[in-house]
Design a protein around this ligand. Structure first.
Ligand SMILES: [Fe+2]
Ligand SMILES: [Fe+2]
Length: 330
């Protein structure tokens, strides 16, 4: 008995016909390493362009997601015994409620949208993504139980009234959050304030988020290219509204009600997080540069013909360029 609370979310309840991955048999170290390498590298064997919106592009996107699936099991993850000071630092991080609730929201929104798709391969890919969010939630729940972290009661979450809006909010949120999480994670690793064993345990989760936003960026390009003119205009307006909503939420102008009526999370933990994972603090510029480098590194193993999320890395590169220019002038 590990004190871990069971959570019975079933993706197939929202995506009829979805077959969850079978539990992987126990694996030795070589098999685990092979699965890890498979998760990080993928290339479409056939040459030629992957034109956004084409059947080939959709097919490659879905196969990338299926082929890079890592069958790790949360139940067998090792939670290292921590020094009391390290454990206290981890327990005190103000992110656990947000993290658990975000995974819960992501699985629900992804499954809800997947259930509306007619293309069977894309439906399966998005449903698998929802299943992986469920697994992230399971990993977090086990960690929370292992280290005695107290969580606030989770609000009941309902499927979004507009599944496409819900999926877009979740997808673009992941694009923003993962970009910063990649840098913060590396900062935590380099600082040595978190034991390597704990960093290793979370590494597959971090790489999975990279796969998720790779899937999202390619779904978005595939989806928008297949819309009629009028539907495309409507879609682009919705995307613009999603970005405005996310900017509003993150700038912290208001703890607005989100589309489902749930309280939006405090999403300003990137810099607070940087203070928590590095003893001597870290400048915004160094953190941004690290996020850019880590983002490039995590995507480097995937076929370069698949599209990457572009907005946040571009904004970060622009900010770094401006900071350099401004720094020189002074
Ligand atoms: Fe996740
Ligand atoms: Fe994700």
């Amino acid at each position: 008995m590990d004190g871990h609370a069971t959570d019975t979310f079933d993706v197939a309840g929202l995506v009829p016909g979805f077959q969850p991955p079978q539990p992987a048999p126990a694996q030795d170290d070589a098999q685990l390493a092979a699965a890890d390498a498979r998760m990080r590298h993928w290339r479409e064997p056939a040459d030629g362009p992957l034109v956004p919106g084409s059947d080939r592009h959709g097919d490659a996107t879905c196969r990338m997601f299926r082929d890079t699936f890592n069958p790790y099991r949360p139940a067998v993850l090792d939670w290292p015994v921590l020094e009391p000071a390290v454990r206290d630092r981890i327990v005190a991080l103000p992110i656990w409620d947000i993290a658990v609730q975000t995974e819960g929201k992501a699985r629900l929104r992804m499954a809800a949208y997947a259930g509306t798709l007619r293309d069977p391969a894309m439906r399966d890919a998005l449903a698998l993504n929802a299943w992986e969010e469920q697994r992230h939630k399971d990993v977090l729940a086990r960690m929370v139980a292992a280290y005695g972290i107290d969580l606030a009661p989770e609000p009941v979450q309902h499927p979004p009234r507009d599944p496409e809006w819900g999926y877009l909010v979740t997808g673009y949120s992941e694009c923003i959050d993962s970009f910063f999480a990649f840098g913060l994670f590396e900062l935590a690793r380099r600082s040595g304030l978190f034991p390597p064993a704990l960093v290793d345990t979370f590494e597959p989760v971090m790489q999975e988020e990279c796969r998720h936003i790779l899937l999202f960026a390619n779904w978005a390009a595939w989806h928008r290219a297949r819309l009629s003119f009028l539907r495309r205009v409507r879609f682009e307006a919705k995307v613009a509204a999603v970005w405005a909503f996310l900017a509003w939420e993150r700038i912290g102008l208001a703890r607005a009600m989100d589309a489902d009526g749930a309280r939006a999370q405090d999403n300003n933990f990137t810099l607070h997080g940087a203070q928590s994972v590095a003893d001597d603090g870290v400048g915004v510029r160094d953190l941004l540069a690290l996020c850019v480098a880590e983002n490039d590194r995590r995507f480097a193993g995937y076929d370069e013909r698949l599209l990457r999320p572009r907005t946040v890395p571009r904004l970060a590169r622009l900010a770094l360029r401006l900071a350099r220019l401004f720094g020189r002038r002074r």
